[in-house]
Ligand binder design. Structure first.
Ligand SMILES: CC(C)(COP(=O)(O)OP(=O)(O)OC[C@H]1O[C@@H](n2cnc3c(N)ncnc32)[C@H](O)[C@@H]1OP(=O)(O)O)[C@@H](O)C(=O)NCCC(=O)NCCS
Length: 182
């Protein structure tokens, strides 16, 4: 599925990494245990990658984080917003992660095309956070990163993701049949 550049209003810079209820922060080494918790949850990696389903190892997760930190256009944790004592917005609880990467190793940044994925911890799904975070990432890519095309894919059985992409405006470009063993 893809989404092409559309007119979106820029946000003030001080609220760039914040949306209505969420905050977006780069992945710090000190936060890695949170990331491991997210991607080792059942239904997380299986829904986002055509990998053989098996428990992740420390090495496989380290490799995943390192490669995303190196090549991703953006790779952030999604946090629930909280207010500090002096009323500033701060990152409260981590609820998931999103990233935008080149569509393939061969694709170059010059083409201004990116691929998107997002994972939320199970207890935070179905509460509107996926839609809010995806809209934030799409705005960020089109307005600030010069992207003109965002692509993503989902398994046909991932109804929540497909409905979300359609709601945001992604258009179906094609289907692969019998692509994974399920
Ligand atoms: C896919 C995912 C990011 C969606 O985020 P979410 O916070 O659960 O979705 P939202 O609550 O924002 O819902 C947005 C829309 O998606 C659709 N949706 C959400 N959950 C759904 C479900 N279980 N079944 C069908 N549609 C669903 C609805 O259309 C909803 O809009 P509506 O409530 O106005 O009808 C989240 O469920 C998730 O992390 N899943 C596991 C990982 C994954 O599949 N990632 C995507 C592949 S990269």
């Amino acid at each position: 599925m893809t989404l092409s550049n559309m007119k979106r209003l820029p946000r003030p810079v001080n609220t760039l990494f914040v949306s209505e209820k969420l905050v977006y922060r780069s992945v710090q080494m000190s936060d890695l245990d949170i990331f491991y918790q997210i991607i080792s949850e059942p239904g997380c990696m299986e829904m986002g990658h055509p990998l053989i389903s098996r428990p992740p190892t420390q090495k496989s997760m380290d490799h995943f984080v390192e490669s995303y930190q190196k090549k991703a256009l953006i790779f952030v944790f999604i946090w629930l917003q909280e207010k500090s004592e002096n009323g500033h917005i701060i990152a409260g609880k981590p609820i998931g992660s999103l990233n935008m990467s080149p569509p393939s190793l061969q694709a170059r940044e010059d083409h201004r095309s990116t691929s998107f994925s997002i994972w939320l911890l199970e207890e935070y799904r179905g509460k509107g956070y996926g839609e809010e975070a995806t809209n934030w990432a799409v705005d960020w890519a089109f307005i600030y990163a010069g992207v003109h095309r965002i692509e993503l894919w989902s398994f046909s059985f991932n109804e929540a993701a497909i409905r979300l992409w359609e709601k945001i405006g992604f258009k179906l470009e094609g289907r692969k049949r019998e692509n994974v063993w399920f």
